[in-house]
Design a protein around this ligand. Structure first.
Ligand code: GLN
Ligand code: ZN
Length: 837
């Protein structure tokens, strides 16, 4: 019987590296400030790694993962490992490898600034640091490798091997992880025209071979090769390269686990299954429907690792459902199966342990990284128990498990049937639970009883979540059911609205405005923080925010801007601010997730039907409008962005959640309008990043995403001008859908591409008004008037002047007042010059 147990192994593709209390972040920042040296930073790294491996072992995982740690980014680690650091950082002799690493990541002093802002629209802007971009469809940003025909590779860094030795010295069974060569090349960018980076593969493979040789010599049991690009639409040459590439790497003789995640394999299923590797990891959450075909296609001698626990979201796993999915696979694989999370746990917070303020019921529905390790141990124990009872013939398992979709076991009682354990009994063959599996009460009770209790707790949590009135709000459901089919359409087409809006606000040509936020000064941040801590009473807090708003309005009037904003002083974050006021959202205390480098974000958790108990922005906006006779632009965050920057429910489609948020925003639009606000901006910077990895799915996503925006805006009267703002630098392939959002005005980021971006809008004959950003807010540099005039001339060559607005690229919250004022003064002067021309 134990033969089955021995063949179920648990591991994870990766673990969060920043630390339970964000130790890495703080150590990095101290190091960058010069407060601690490299040795102290290295020590923090080693401590964290040791702790995180111990977590994995103590939870009962069979292998610990080594190579997922990085001081900044795992791709940057590979750039050093593979010896392809671009030479342009002015590396000099005597400079440490770590100093070179940070130079690549953060730029070189005297060459502009480091990545100081990050977040979705900011961050990858230093022309000298490596560019940053999103890691597939996550909110994690990686440093983009640069490739040219001159790029050479060599085994240039010992760090990975040292970490393996470190883990081995601690007594761990090691699985090393590498980004596979094809994904590494794919993620890079070509720095020479007409050059194809795939042509570097022949030079790259021998270096990967050398890395594998070293890992083999160290006695590493497995090497996980991450190739998530197998879930993308790959050109034939890239697909073909997998065959030759892995044939070569397999020669080294160290067992390779090819890891895919984030997206179904689709046409690459058979390719992934036949590559000459020892095992295949698949995403059992996003590609659950492919599990059967992968199980059938993958040759019997290979290991199948099923990522059954969601690595991208924070919900507790429904273990009954997971086991129902696993059992038929387990049977077909002859009891040989690896269990894992769908992808690296880098994308979820560390642990629930510190979440004392979280509502206990909501908390019982969640599992962060540490809890997900326990879930794997639990699944393994349950599966092993079942195997022990159903043995010897694995075919008996298939009979037990019913149809291959496992429906026979998907009900709540399924798991009791699976474990079949009488209360308090020992496992029938005495199979022990994995050492220290983290199951509750592990010292007092017998193993089987502990397993039973842990499963029951998990089942109860899932049942409570399904039935909870906090999750299900009948009023929200009724409203959606009753939503008119044309709720996503404004009353009149754009030309009629444009006429009504012009009659109302009588703006000059080339109207000037800003994107919403003004500098978040230290005094604003400390007042907000003190208020949050309960140290600043509401009246004093509100008075100080009003003073900030009055200041910002005064500055804008003095600068001569045409459409003013209140400045967003009261907002810490454009999603959190709204989430905190909406029903259906929860906030964690320590739910940090790495965004890039030392920067972490704390996404809200959308757990239930979303609704808006009361107006969220009206008071501030009305106050701001009371200070000026110029139009005050209301400022809201759009449904797609709120969705995209939160942890989202997995018990209903994302589209449904987006629509619920849209209705809340729609009510806010109506309230602002009723309060006399005639211009309302609904920010949607995250529309582009929500695109699914596969193009074939774009259409469906864009349909519901743009509809959600239109529902949010749809109730506005013709004379109310709806703006939207997006700061992503690429629109050309989704222009029809951007146009279909039908905002009266869209402001976009264009200054750094010297208005090139606008060409697409021009060629497409984008029908509504556009504000192409005329200056880069990511840099403290103040552009002069001539420069902005030049950009506006370029813009008016492609977009009719009557459609153009004048504004910066994005919000100004990360800037200081002096540079903001100088830049805006020049911007207003530029608009005046164009009007005069
Ligand atoms: N209104 C927001 C601001 O100005 C927009 C931010 C963004 O686009 N990410 O800060
Ligand atoms: Zn922006």
């Amino acid at each position: 019987m134990t033969t089955f147990t021995a063949q179920i192994q648990t591991h994870i593709p990766g673990f969060p590296r920043v630390g339970e209390a964000r130790e890495l972040k703080f150590a990095l920042e101290r190091h960058w400030r010069g407060d601690i040296g490299e040795a102290a930073l290295e020590e923090t790294g080693a401590t964290l790694r040791a702790r995180h491996w111990a977590r994995q072992r103590d939870a009962g995982l069979d292998l610990v993962t080594v190579g997922d740690f990085a001081f900044y980014d795992q791709v940057a680690n590979h750039i050093q490992l593979l010896g392809c650091e671009p030479a342009r950082f002015g590396f000099h002799a005597g400079q440490s490898q770590l100093a070179r690493y940070f130079a690549m990541a953060r730029g070189v002093a005297g060459h502009g600034h480091a990545h100081e802002h990050g977040g979705a629209c900011c961050g990858h802007h230093d022309s000298h640091a490596l560019e940053m971009t999103k890691w597939f469809d996550t909110n994690y940003h990686y440093l983009v490798p640069e490739f040219s025909p001159e790029t050479e590779f060599s085994l240039a860094c010992e760090r990975l091997f040292a970490e393996v030795a470190e883990a081995q010295a601690l007594g761990h069974a090691v699985k090393a992880v590498l980004i596979g060569p094809l994904t590494f090349l794919w993620l890079g960018k070509e720095r020479a025209a007409g050059f194809d980076r795939l042509s570097l593969l022949d030079k790259l493979l021998p270096v990967y071979g050398a890395v594998l040789d070293r890992l083999k010599a160290l006695g590493v049991g497995w090497v996980q090769m991450d190739e998530p690009i197998l879930g993308l639409d790959l050109p034939p040459a890239w697909r073909g390269a997998f065959e030759t590439g892995y044939w070569q790497l397999n020669q080294v003789g160290v067992p390779l686990l090819l890891a895919t995640y984030f997206s179904p394999l689709e046409e690459n299923v058979s390719l992934a299954c036949r590559l000459p590797v020892a095992g295949l990891h698949v995403d059992g959450v996003r590609a659950a429907h492919e599990l059967t075909s992968v199980t059938d296609w993958l040759p019997a001698h290979k290991v199948l690792s099923v990522g059954i626990v969601d690595g991208r979201n924070i919900w507790r796993t429904d273990l009954d459902a997971a086991l129902a999915q696993l059992l038929p696979i387990f049977a077909k694989r002859d009891g040989k199966l690896w269990l894992s999370t769908s992808c690296s746990l880098l994308h979820v917070p560390f642990s629930l342990a510190g979440e004392h303020a979280l509502d206990p019921e909501v908390k019982s529905w969640l599992a962060f990284a540490a809890e997900k390790l326990d879930e794997l141990a639990l699944l393994k124990a349950a599966l092993a128990t079942f195997a022990a009872q159903a043995a010897p013939a694995p075919t008996a398992l298939s009979r037990h498990s019913g149809p291959s979709d496992g429906t026979g076991l998907a009900d709540g009682a399924g798991l009791s049937r699976v474990t079949g354990l009488p209360k308090g009994s020992g496992l029938s063959d005495g199979t022990a639970l994995p050492g220290g599996s983290g199951l509750p009460g592990r010292t007092a009770e017998p193993d089987a009883a502990r397993l039973e209790a842990a499963l029951a707790a998990s089942r109860a949590a899932c049942a409570s979540r399904r039935a909870s009135p906090r999750v299900n709000n009948p009023a929200v459901a009724a409203r959606i059911a009753a939503l008119a089919p044309d709720a996503d359409r404004r009353a009149s087409p754009f030309p009629a609205r444009q006429a009504a809006q012009r009659a109302r606000s009588k703006l000059p040509a080339y109207p000037t405005t800003t994107i919403g936020s003004f500098p978040q000064t230290a005094s604003i941040r400390s007042a907000r923080a003190a208020h949050k801590r309960g140290e600043l009473p509401a009246e004093s807090y509100e008075a100080s925010m009003r003073a900030e708003i009055a200041f910002a309005v005064g500055r804008q009037e003095e600068l001569g801007l045409d459409v003013l904003v209140h400045g967003e002083a009261e907002r810490n974050d454009m999603v959190e601010y709204f989430g905190e006021q909406l029903d259906g959202f929860a906030f964690t205390r320590l739910g940090w997730v790495q965004s890039y480098g030392s920067r972490c974000v704390k996404p809200p958790v959308i757990y239930g039907d979303v609704s808006r108990p009361r107006a969220m922005t009206v008071d501030w906006t009305v106050y701001a409008q009371s200070l000026t006779t110029r139009p005050m632009k209301g400022m809201l965050t759009g449904p797609v962005t709120i969705l995209q920057w939160s942890f989202v429910r997995d018990d209903q489609p994302r589209a449904q959640t987006a629509l619920q948020i849209a209705l809340a925003i729609r009510d806010e639009v109506a309230d602002l309008e009723r309060a006399g606000i005639g211009i309302i901006q609904i920010d949607e910077p995250a529309v582009r990043e929500g695109l699914p990895p596969r193009r074939g799915r774009w259409h469906e996503y864009l349909d519901w995403a743009t509809r959600a925006f239109r529902v949010a805006a749809g109730a506005a009267a013709d004379g109310t001008q709806i703006h939207t703002h997006m700061c992503y630098a690429e629109f050309n392939d989704i222009l029809p859908q951007i146009a279909a959002m039908d905002a009266d005005v869209i402001t976009i980021e264009t200054s750094r591409s010297a208005m090139e971006l606008l060409a697409g809008f021009g060629a497409f004959r984008y029908p509504n008004e556009i504000g192409p950003g005329v200056y880069d807010i990511h840099s403290p540099r103040v552009p002069d008037t001539a420069e902005m005039v030049d950009l506006l001339r370029k813009a008016s060559a492609v977009i009719p002047a009557g459609q153009l607005w004048v504004n910066p690229d994005c919000g100004l919250k990360t800037r200081g007042w002096p540079e903001t004022e100088s830049a805006l003064r020049n911007m207003v002067a530029a608009a005046r010059q164009l009007r005069a021309a």
